[in-house]
Design a protein around this ligand. Structure first.
Ligand SMILES: *Cc1c(COP(=O)(O)O)cnc(C)c1O
Length: 376
């Protein structure tokens, strides 16, 4: 048996045929940029995530850059970023001319360290802050975080590339964000057939700016109100996403069931997955285990490899220690939890439509590794 870390080709019956039919009809009509698929997707995203405006764009990294630019972040503006996230979060700040300041994270949920964040807000007086909702849930301090930013006039952008479908206290996590983004990279919870992303906000002016910037700053076909770039959402990607939206609830339910199975059965092996904070219903994006004994972690990973079980280390390096960060990073606030996370994190396979026997196989492997003294 083999269990990949992620298998995104487990399409529902008939899905692939519907997609191929779509490609054929859209090709026949040469419908490639904009049009009804893009509009329909934006409408569906708005209602699924409970936001007033959705602006499709080329990818999740561009979504961050569009969001930051729409917020007015530009040359020399200080922007707080979490020290544990995907590199794009950091990169986006630099690409729009901002000056990144990293803030440590909380090992309880992988979100921003709220105390360090508050300290950084007061000391740096940043123009903006980006937080990332990693692993399929958000920070336990989400309400306080939004309130703090409002109070100190810090423009908060929430990187929701990993939290599509997550709810907090019964509502979409995207609801109530000043501005948020997502990525439709194929391996994300809602994945495209290539690159795509979106920006979400309740603020009409912000949405309008993001849309304009992603279409060359256009105010008319040959009139330019700003310097933007081309980050339009491809119509074929939108069509694939519209088809996927028909199944997204089933996919998320399936992911959640597997995540729950790990939660129920792993602790007996000595490996306890990280939990979403109270009030969250996760989307099952990721399994997260922290194994702090390095040699045990290596032995566990070796056994997984030997049994052809894929695993991840999301993410294996903090932002502040990346070679590419050195010449941009202004300062860091808080401790070294991000580095600790990088060294200890282990992600077991988790994706939509995992089979019970695959879960059994993975859990048994972890159990066997523990019996050989390989896990905590
Ligand atoms: C995937 C991801 C991105 C980048 O999205 P792309 O669509 O690959 O550009 C940004 N932030 C986080 C947290 C991500 O997981």
């Amino acid at each position: 048996m083999k269990v990949p870390f992620i298998d995104i080709a487990r399409y529902e019956t008939g899905f692939q045929q519907r997609w191929l039919d779509k490609v054929a009809s859209m090709s026949a009509a040469a419908q490639f940029i904009g049009g009804s698929e893009v509009n329909t997707l934006e409408d569906r995203l708005k209602s699924a995530l409970d936001v007033r405006h959705a602006v499709g764009c080329a990818n999740g990294t561009d979504a961050l850059q569009l969001g930051l630019r729409a917020l007015g972040v530009g040359a020399g503006d200080v922007v707080l970023v979490p020290n544990a996230t995907f590199w794009a979060t950091f990169e986006a700040v630099v690409n729009v001319g901002g000056v990144p300041v990293t803030v440590d994270i909380d090992l309880m949920d992988g979100g921003i360290d709220h105390q360090a964040f508050e300290e950084a807000v007061k000391a740096e007086r940043p123009k903006a802050a980006v937080v990332a909702h990693l692993y399929g849930w958000g920070t336990s301090h989400i309400r306080a975080l939004r309130a703090l930013c409002l109070q100190h006039d810090v423009q908060l952008l929430e990187d929701g590339a990993q939290c599509f479908g997550v709810t907090y206290q019964g509502e979409s996590l995207f609801k109530g964000a000043r501005i948020a983004t997502t990525s439709f990279y194929p391996a994300k919870v809602l994945g495209a057939a290539g690159d795509a992303g979106a920006v979400f906000t309740d603020d009409a002016a912000l949405a309008e700016r993001a849309r304009r910037l992603g279409n060359h700053g256009r105010t008319a076909h040959y009139g330019y109100g700003d310097v933007g770039w081309n980050s339009r959402l491809d119509a074929l990607q939108a069509a694939f996403l519209n088809l996927s939206m028909n199944y997204i609830d089933a996919r998320i339910q399936s992911r959640r069931r597997s995540a729950e199975e790990y939660r129920r059965r792993l602790p007996a092996t000595g490996l306890t997955p990280m939990n979403p904070p109270a009030g969250y219903v996760e989307n099952g994006y990721c399994n997260v285990c922290l194994v702090s004994d390095t040699s045990k972690k290596q032995r566990l990973e070796a056994l997984l490899k030997a049994r052809s079980i894929g695993f991840g280390n999301i993410y294996p390096g903090a932002m502040s220690v990346q070679e590419g960060a050195a010449k941009y990073l202004k300062k860091h606030y808080g401790g070294t939890n991000a580095e600790r996370l990088s060294k200890t994190v282990l992600n077991l396979p988790l994706f939509a439509y995992m089979k019970p026997e695959e879960l059994d196989y993975v859990i048994t492997a972890v159990q066997d590794a523990v019996m050989n003294g390989a896990a905590e």
